[in-house]
Structure formats: C-alpha cells, structure tokens
Design a protein around this ligand. Sequence first.
Ligand code: KG4
Ligand code: ZN
Length: 333
Amino acid sequence: MEAHTSVVLGIESSCDDTAAAILIDGKVCANVVSSQLRHAEHGGVVPELASRLHQSYIARVVQQALQDAGVGFTDLTAVAYTQGPGLLGALLVGATYAKALGSALGIPAIGVDHLQGHRLSLLLAEPPASFPFLCLTVSGGHTQLDWVTDGANHETLGRTRDDAAGECFDKTAKLLGLPYPGGPVLDKLAETGTPGTHPLPHPSIEGFDFSFSGLKTALLYYLQKQPEGFVAAHLADLAASLRAVVVASLLEKLAAAIHHTGAQHVGIAGGVSANRLLRRDFMTLTEKLGVTGHLPPPAYCTDNAAMIALGGLQLLQGGMAPDPYATPFATQR
Ligand code: KG4
Ligand code: ZN
C-alpha cells in the first residue's frame, strides 16, 4: 500500500450494531455494519445478548473493513472506539478489542464519545458542514441540541427531559402493533397516511428542552377508547399524525436555536435523521431561514463506525493525547 498520513480504524459497539470503518487521510474507505437482528424477536435490545453478539462479530467485521479498504493491520496509524454512552457490556467489547489492537501494533487507541461521533457525521454530509455548526442529534437514546465548535468541543443547549425521539417512535410503533425497531416502519407507513387526522398533543416545554413521553401516553389513552379493529383501519393515518407531531416539535426547537445562536451551518444527526418527513421539512426550514442545511447520507445517520473513526482523527489532529486508562461509560457525561 502507498504511504498515507493517517489510516484510522473506527469501532462502534455501543448498542446493537457491530461496526468497523477505515478512514484513509480523512476519507471513508470502508464502512461495515453488522446489525443484530435477533433483538427483534424480544421487542427491544437485550443487553446481555448484545454483548455476546458483539463478541462473536467484531473480529469478522474488522477484517471485512480492512479488506474493503485494501489495507492490513500494520498499515493502521490509530484505532478509535466508542467509549460511551451506551450499554456497558457492549461498549467493553469494542473498547477491549481496540485497546488490545492498539497495544499490539504500538498505535494510539482513542476513546470517542458516541454523541460527538453522531455530531461529526455532519462533516460527512453533502455538502459537508464546517465549524462552528448547530446539530440536532436524534437517536433511540438521545435527543439534544448542541453548538459544535470543533472536533472535541460542544455546548449542549437543550435535551429531552424524558424519552428520546427515536424511543418515542419505537414505543408508539409498538402500541400500533408494528415490529421493532418501529421508527423506520412507522416512517414508511406515514408516507401513505394523512397527518392531523387523530388528536395528539403538541409537546410544549420551555427553552430548548424536549419532551416526548406525554405523546406516548396520550396515544395509549386515545387508543383505549376506540373500538376493536380501529388501529388496523387507521394505521397509516395514525402513523402520519404521530410523525407530524414529533417532527414539528423537533423543528420548532431547532428553529429557535438557529435564531438564538445565529448559526450559518445546521444539521441533523442520529438514527432519526433518516426520517423522511424530518429530512424534507428540515430542508424547507433551512431554505426559509437562509442557513446551510447538512444531512448525513442514511448510512451515516444510524450507528456506524465511520463517525467514530472521524471523531478519533479529529481528536488526534486537535493534539489530544490518548488516555490508555480511559474506561467505557454507560451514561451521558
Ligand atoms: O442512532 P441510532 O442508530 O442508535 C442510537 O444511538 O440510538 O438510532 C436508532 C433509532 C431507533 O429508535 C430507530 O427507530 C430510529 O433511530 N430510526 C428512525 C428512522 N430510522 C431509524 N426513526 C424514525 N424514522 C426513521 N426513518
Ligand atoms: Zn447512535
């Protein structure tokens, strides 16, 4: 292989995707994700099962990434892994693998914050974002607004006080009898339905914080009052009504944060940024406000290791010295 300045292996194992990616001189040359589909039969992610599946997939996923990029272990100049937040047992698999590899190869092993990884995926958007930018991170575990100043630093303006947006989609989809994870299924169904046909409350909370748990409860009570067969007969309209409320709430806060920060570059990251209505309405909003909107391609919206490799590269370029004693953290810091 010709000599490159940096060849970074990224490893992501925070939840139910075992992922590895290779970044050569900052360009994604491999992005492999093995999704643990076996959780679907349990209706949600089973932590113990996730750890075991990461353990059995990780070596193969890394091998595939190396092969796709046409590089070998000895070409690597650094390895970046998700340090947290996430499921502790799942994180330990990626962290242990990365540290062992770093130690064997004599290269730095860098712990990357999963959420910072999602935020930095905006650098992989078309057009790529440039610092500083405002990022709405919406995933199964998080919903928050951050002002991102560089590869290592951000200021959180607001976050959900209860359920995350993806969690809201997954839980309401479950109420509608849809399979896990419900977000993408509900999104697809909603495309054929009419929003606003069922009375659902618009979450109202002050400042830049979000709240979605009331929506799930409101839907539950609403459905309990309906006759048998109601959900099946109104499935698409229910999905469309729900999706519209969640998306409107997210974009309302994002618009307020754009005004507050004077941001010129704005993006959405995390699994829910794959949502069709959110993407459409986000582009309309950014055009209306005259700011540049950045949306990662779908492969970089959901959990992936390219964003982790990028996070590691940014930290190294920022002069950060890797901490060999870094330990995985399960919850947000
Ligand atoms: O970022 P991610 O892959 O994992 C976490 O860090 O949580 O996000 C997964 C979440 C799930 O809740 C899933 O239902 C949601 O993203 N999601 C969607 C869509 N695709 C994935 N939600 C709504 N619409 C979608 N198209
Ligand atoms: Zn994520």
